[in-house]
Unconditional design. Structure first.
Length: 329
């Protein structure tokens, strides 16, 4: 494998352990991931989700960066419509100043998933409509050439240069191409739609060199069934959220498999697990090769969660071995 491999952790809560422990688990997981030789470790932004503790990505990124020394640390991503560009620039200026050369700025356009969350954030659905303008304003604060607010400077961000990525699907890939920024994309609308968005991104890219990061879930185990079991807890929380409107904390796989389920829930669970990359080392190598060949990805961003934290680390260790990553002491 000649492409980079990085990790996105959404700080999933696990039933009976609580959200505070989920955040501590993320920090500990980051140390493990650095030791395995991965390129980046990113955290995310979700609000009022019982099963996800990562609501303040810049704060969590600072905690991760403070306990690591080599791995790049960033966000996948900061949801820019929820924040003023000046504040985001200042926050990342602080991060880059404290951890120079290790900080990535990943930006997304989502706003809160419910009316209550959007109201609490002071935003409406329309906040995402000017995502392009918000990104341009943010970049201008870093460049020191913004003109919308005379005399205003994003200190200490102004003059700093740090990699900025756009998390996108569909038309968002076109914005990344227009601004000449690296693209982070997942098959949220199916692999065919993702491949087409990547093709448009590359063909219209306005910068020096396009860069594509494909996000996916990967589980590696000695047997196909063991790998599938690793993927079940997060897949079930996703199925549950579609039926009940709430993404719950992850549960042990044996309890999930013993639960009574509707036919629709069984099909959804099987479909989600099947859509992810899980299996033996040989199976995963083949699936990843097919994904990279289809997308031309420069980098993979793996975002796999499961109830058993130790089993998750073992899976990432097996993936690191497949990729020939350099393990540090």
């Amino acid at each position: 494998m000649t492409f980079r491999i990085s990790v996105l952790d959404r700080s999933p809560a696990r039933r009976g352990r609580g959200s505070a422990q989920a955040l501590r688990d993320t920090v500990a997981f980051a140390r493990d991931i650095e030791g395995l030789g991965y390129h980046r470790f990113w955290v995310s932004e979700h609000h009022s989700v019982p099963g996800v503790a990562g609501s303040a990505p810049t704060v969590l990124a600072a905690a991760v960066a403070s306990v690591t020394s080599r791995i790049r640390v960033g966000t996948g991503g900061v949801m820019l419509p929820n924040h003023r560009p000046l504040v985001v620039a200042e926050q990342f200026g602080v991060l880059e100043s404290l951890f120079p050369g290790r900080i990535d700025l990943g930006l997304g356009r989502s706003v809160g998933f419910t009316d209550g969350v959007r109201q609490a954030l002071g935003q409406g659905r329309e906040a995402a409509e000017d995502f392009g303008g918000q990104v341009r304003e943010l970049l201008a604060f870093f460049g020191g050439d913004q003109t919308a607010y005379p005399g205003v400077h994003a200190i200490p961000a102004e003059g700093l240069s740090l990699p900025t990525f756009l998390l996108a699907t569909g038309s968002g890939a076109d914005l990344a191409a227009e601004l000449g920024l690296p693209l982070v994309i997942a098959p949220a609308r199916g692999e065919r739609a993702m491949v087409e968005a990547i093709r448009r991104y590359r063909s219209t890219f306005a910068g020096a060199e396009p860069y594509v990061v494909v996000s996916t879930s990967v589980a590696v185990a000695d047997t196909h069934e063991e790998a599938r079991r690793l993927l079940v807890p997060e897949a079930w929380s996703t199925v549950y959220s579609r039926s009940h409107g709430v993404f719950p904390p992850l549960s042990p796989v044996d309890e999930i498999l013993a639960l009574p389920k509707t036919d629709r829930e069984r099909v959804r669970l099987d479909d989600i697990v099947a859509s992810q990359i899980g299996g033996t080392p040989a199976e995963v190598t083949d699936r990843l090769g097919e994904l990279v060949q289809a997308t031309g990805a420069d980098e993979l961003l793996v975002s796999t969660s499961t109830y058993d934290q130790a089993a998750r680390v073992e899976s990432f260790a097996a993936l690191a071995e497949l990729a020939g990553l350099s393990v540090s002491a």
